[in-house]
Design a protein around this ligand. Structure first.
Ligand code: FES
Length: 101
């Protein structure tokens, strides 16, 4: 049995561009993308971790995510593809975000 694919949680990944580098970030179901990036030793911008401040706003370049809550992004931000790292979980295997925009 593959230890990365057991009942305790399936480990997947997403891509994140940060400080000009393209990173493959391991992600486990139930985690938000911000926590996965911090676990990977990356340092994306964030403050409240509660969907209020917008500091962790990134541009979704590919794939789909689910945001648990959003108290800061406008309808226009969402239309343009912005999401909150501290509230987002990947829904597809091809999620890619740009943290530098
Ligand atoms: S860290 Fe404040 S909205 Fe994500």
């Amino acid at each position: 049995m593959d230890p990365d694919n057991n009942a305790a949680g399936v480990v997947k990944s997403f891509r994140a561009t940060l400080d000009g580098f393209d990173e493959e970030v391991a992600w486990q179901e139930g985690d938000v993308m911000l926590d996965s990036m911090l676990d990977a030793g990356l340092d994306p911008a964030f403050q409240c971790q509660d969907g209020h401040c917008g500091t962790c706003m990134v541009l979704l370049k590919g794939g789909e995510v689910k945001m648990r809550k959003n108290n800061v992004l406008s309808a226009r931000d969402l239309e343009r593809g912005y999401v909150l790292l501290c509230q987002s979980e990947p829904l597809t295997d091809d999620v890619s975000v740009v943290c530098d925009d």
